[in-house]
Design a protein around this ligand. Sequence first.
Ligand SMILES: [Zn+2]
Length: 208
Amino acid sequence: MFEGPLQDLIDEFSRLPGVGPKSAQRIAFYLLQTEPEDIDRLRAALAAVRDGVTFCRICNNVSREEVCRICADSGRDKATVCVVEDAKDIQVIERTGEYAGRYHVLGGALDPLANIGPKDLAIASLLQRIGGVQPDLEGEAIPEIAEVILATDPDTEGEATASYIARLLKDFPDLTVSRLASGMPLGGDLEFVDELTLSRALTGRLKL
Ligand SMILES: [Zn+2]
């Protein structure tokens, strides 16, 4: 145990995910020796994450504006939506360079043991998005979304979530629904799948 502010800082870091007591101590001692302007930058970044981050009203991605950068990008294919559990999965798929559509972030996966049901996930807003129609040049209503790729994690909860959503999407007969191809390590987290495997899983996705 150290005295005063240093121990307070170590305690705070220890509460962060993935940071053990030793790392917390190492970071705190590191900060003790850093330049004041580095500390100011860190302080500003911490304040900004509380006040400056919102969720995209279209896809639920973490965003600075009301609409995230991906949804606002007119160069991206509006007809394809890739459904992921977390906003960090978007980064993983973006890194493959294989995907030019949009996303929908569920905010987790169905998990009865942890009491996470459909209402706790952004499923209703996904259905609304898919049901949304826009007029074409002749003024006829055309659905904006033609394909939904279910890219939930390849573990029990992710599979259950994908099949649950796939069942709901049967109500949209013109919609193509696909799931990332096999070859993904089972029981894993999308975050830890390497880019090549994920690329292949995307291009070889299976129609449901
Ligand atoms: Zn968005």
